[in-house]
Design a protein around this ligand. Structure first.
Ligand SMILES: [Zn+2]
Length: 156
């Protein structure tokens, strides 16, 4: 279990006691009330994607500053803090937040690496494969109950 909120940038973890939002940035403050190292996080145009996982109270952002991609993870140690923090960030960031499983950090890091290599990956919600059926013709995942494949039209 966590003993604090954590702000992690490029695998460097720091405790934070409060998050403040301005129109252009989220500011993470340490216990002394001062911003953490790299704790002023530009929002909007500097973000490539936002991910979250309720189970581990984790919000992970992929930032894009002049084509360099970094992964920033925010962990809350209470449900209340997480819920309020996630909602506030959703409003402030102005982009879609994608639900993911517990491995969202690793996923974000692999996406950031690909982006640095110039491969434009689109981040999506995690697919719950138990609710999907695989098309025998083309392999596309279709929602359970579909009669025909959404991609190739084959009968399922
Ligand atoms: Zn198909």
């Amino acid at each position: 279990m966590l003993d604090s909120n954590y702000f992690i940038i490029n695998r460097h973890a720091q405790k934070f006691s409060d998050m403040r939002l301005t129109p252009n940035a989220a500011i993470f403050l340490g216990e002394d009330g001062r911003p953490l190292d790299f704790g002023i996080l530009p929002l909007r145009n500097s973000l490539y994607a936002a991910l979250y996982c309720d189970e581990v109270r984790n919000v992970t952002l992929i930032t894009d500053r002049a084509g360099v991609h970094n992964v920033v993870t925010i962990l809350w140690y209470t449900d209340e803090g997480y819920t309020a923090g996630l909602e506030a960030m959703r409003r402030a960031c102005g982009l879609t937040f994608h639900r993911q499983n517990k491995k969202l950090n690793r996923y974000a890091e692999s996406v950031a690496e690909k982006l640095d290599e110039g491969v434009r990956l689109r981040v999506t919600d995690e697919v719950d494969k138990s609710d999907m059926i695989t098309c025998p013709e083309c392999g596309m995942l279709n929602p359970k109950g579909s009669t025909y494949c959404l991609d190739c039209g084959a009968e399922l």
